[in-house]
Design a binder for this molecule. Sequence first.
Ligand SMILES: C[S@@+](CC[C@H](N)C(=O)[O-])C[C@H]1O[C@@H](n2cnc3c(N)ncnc32)[C@H](O)[C@@H]1O
Length: 269
Amino acid sequence: MSTTITTDPTPTSETELLVDPAELRAEVRDKYSEVATNTEGEFHFHTGRRLAQMLDYPTNILTGLPESAVASFAGVDNPFDHGRLPTGGRVLDLGSGGGFDCFVAAELVGPTGSVVGVDMTPEMLTRARRAATEMGVPNVEFREGILEELPVADGSADVVISNGVINLVADKAKVLAEAHRSLRSGGVLQFADIAVGVSVPEAAKCDIELWTDCIAGGLSVDEWCELISAAGFTQISVGLPTDTFGGAAGESRARSFEVFGHTFRAVKA
Ligand SMILES: C[S@@+](CC[C@H](N)C(=O)[O-])C[C@H]1O[C@@H](n2cnc3c(N)ncnc32)[C@H](O)[C@@H]1O
């Protein structure tokens, strides 16, 4: 794939996209349906409980969650490390996958809070909804949708979280604009994603497989901050790098682009 794409069914004005957004979504769906259905599978990244432990998720919450809620976790860092979620808060999780971060968020905001997870992969949604039913959590809901057109009302969230997802989207500006729309004024964007330390060559940026492997879609930390700021957020802060791919099958490829997980936090003015 080497064409420069300038149109999208839901385009951000003036964004020049290097891959076709719909084609990328189809490939990402394929990859993550496998992560949802083959929990014993060998992927280029870590998954499940081992990953959550590596990323220092709170042990008391982790031990209380059944395997069904944790097995398909495929995040890249711990977004909850970057600031407390408010008790009673309304949380929106972009690309909620198997639901793990939604269940953690539900614990953190407590029974007076609520969590909505949005994802486009049916197998992930099935897994997440099944785990929610198994656990009997009434305040967590999963909606099918794409991050470029979030199925939520304006200003309906106090906190928007995400983990290892926005790098997988061609039109990141659109996703951040949607996050901004979804938040109330003063609401917080607090997400984890990968950042690259060396610039990814143009040819690699056009390689969809490198996108689904969480490499080609990564921005540098500075580029992430510029995009977050351009979407209308202020008070941007960035967490320290996490060696997300250390010991995973994709480690050497990640090393070649100096890929690390980071957390980002910003406020809707
Ligand atoms: C790496 S997984 C992370 C899932 C979850 N956040 C976690 O930490 O386990 C990426 C998830 O993002 C979803 N996703 C990627 N691009 C998306 C898009 N454009 N719209 C909706 N969901 C998307 C995929 O379906 C997949 O479930």
